[in-house]
Design a protein around this ligand. Structure first.
Ligand SMILES: [Zn+2]
Length: 421
């Protein structure tokens, strides 16, 4: 089975065909090509084929995919631990191969994928399709390709001879704001021994990312007082919201002009914006309710708490008093929907040095999008982001990962794991 998949993956069929549907043809030729082309091992492609077939869109259960991964790791002798969401419809998996009483290295990825609804795909997004050296499917780049590499490398890991353990952390609901992994990290925090290094294999094109901005998502409900718009007895919730939104916008202009700045990031300053506003029912009714959502993507060195407090205090001190003068029940209710910490490891941090030494690329980068790495770093596990595929190929119709990227990822993970033997 795996050899057939290898053959088809390497052979490069001219038309799009499901990898799993290919016949036994071209095996010998493929084996020959394997030796002179930059392609991943057969096991990686086979595992990715299986993983893509699980529809783990964030709003659905990921339990079947987790069970598949867990079964493979248990067969190899891994100690596995699951942490669930409240409804027990989703789970994180933490698994350890080798001596569990020592530090070791952790490989981490999320099992959920973004929705395909509303996207125009040329193929079935939940079947892995190969064409022209690329493997198409939802999650191929973000980030089931990396999970497939992890499982393939695990199968070759000599756990009984290893001096340090190899850990895996596979989460749910990353795409909803790094929600699931928080439970895995809370569970990890109770252990006396934690990994000395974690690699989050988000698609970075195999670049080593040693820092990213934080991301705080906030929902604000504005409560006003309804009345006929011809009268002056109401509290206009939409206009109250607009005052705070305008203040947020002014804060952004100030930060863009005055900093703080960090040239390692693009853009080199903290960004804030309002992405959703809902409110009002009819033009001749003073609106009672309004809701808006904003985000703060703070540089790791910039205090997101202070920015958030500035927004809240503007609402409390400059907008609310006039609202309450008309109706004591009027006002703002802020709620943090998700909060992902930023992080920034120095270029000479041992974890950064080790990983960039193995990729052979010492141009360590920083990015503006958030990952689970911020939470791992906050929990005391030095974590960098480095994985195959490109972020601009993710979240889109016809998402793909190239065989070349998968191969580079596999070489990297195999070298990393050699550190443990
Ligand atoms: Zn991702």
């Amino acid at each position: 089975m795996s050899l057939r998949l290898c053959a088809s993956a390497v052979h490069g069929y001219p038309t799009k065909r499901p990898v799993a549907d290919r016949g036994p043809a071209a095996y010998d030729e493929a084996k020959q090509r394997l030796s002179d082309m930059n392609v991943p091992s057969a096991a990686v492609v086979e595992l990715l084929d299986r993983l893509v077939a699980f529809d783990t869109t964030s709003h659905r259960s990921n339990l079947e995919a987790i069970a598949f991964i867990e079964e493979r790791l248990r067969e190899l002798g891994a100690a596995c631990r699951l942490t669930y969401d409240d409804a027990r419809g989703k789970a994180n998996l933490y698994a350890t191969l080798g001596p569990a009483d020592r530090l070791g290295i952790m490989l981490s990825g999320h099992t959920d994928v973004v929705p395909v609804a509303g996207q125009l795909w040329s193929t079935d997004p939940f079947r892995l399709i190969e064409k022209d050296g690329k493997l198409y499917g939802r999650g191929a780049a973000d980030m089931k390709g990396f999970i497939a590499l992890c499982l393939a490398v695990a199968a070759d890991f000599p756990a009984d001879r290893a001096s340090q353990p190899l850990h895996f952390a596979f989460s749910y609901d990353e795409e909803l704001g790094c929600i699931g992994v928080r439970r895995l990290i809370a569970d990890l925090a109770e252990r006396s021994v934690r990994p000395r290094l974690c690699v989050v294999g988000e698609p970075t094109g195999m670049k080593v990312i040693a820092g990213h901005k934080g991301k705080r998502d906030v929902s604000c409900r504005v409560h006003g007082k309804e009345c006929h718009s011809a009268l002056a007895q109401g509290v206009n919730a939409v206009e109250a919201a607009a005052e705070v939104i305008a203040h947020l916008s002014a804060m952004q202009r100030r930060i863009r002009r005055d900093g703080p700045f960090d040239p390692a990031f693009d853009p080199p300053y903290t960004t804030l914006h309002t992405g959703i506003v809902e409110g009002g029912r009819a033009l001749n009714i003073v609106p009672r309710d309004c809701r808006f959502e904003f985000e703060i993507r703070a540089l790791p060195s910039h205090d997101a708490d202070a920015l958030y407090e500035e927004i809240r205090s503007f609402a409390r001190d400059h907008v609310e008093p006039a609202m309450k003068a008309t109706d004591a029940a009027a006002g703002f209710a802020f709620e943090v929907i998700s909060d992902t910490k930023g992080f920034d490891l120095a270029d000479d941090h041992p974890a950064v040095g080790l990983v960039s030494g193995l990729t052979g690329d010492n141009r360590v980068g920083r990015v503006s999008f958030g990952t689970e790495a911020g939470l791992f770093n906050q929990a005391g596990v030095p974590t960098v982001v480095c994985g195959p595929g490109h972020i601009d190929q993710a979240h889109k119709p016809d998402e793909f990962i190239s065989l070349d990227q998968l191969a580079q990822g596999e070489v990297f993970v195999r070298r990393l794991v050699e550190q443990l033997t």
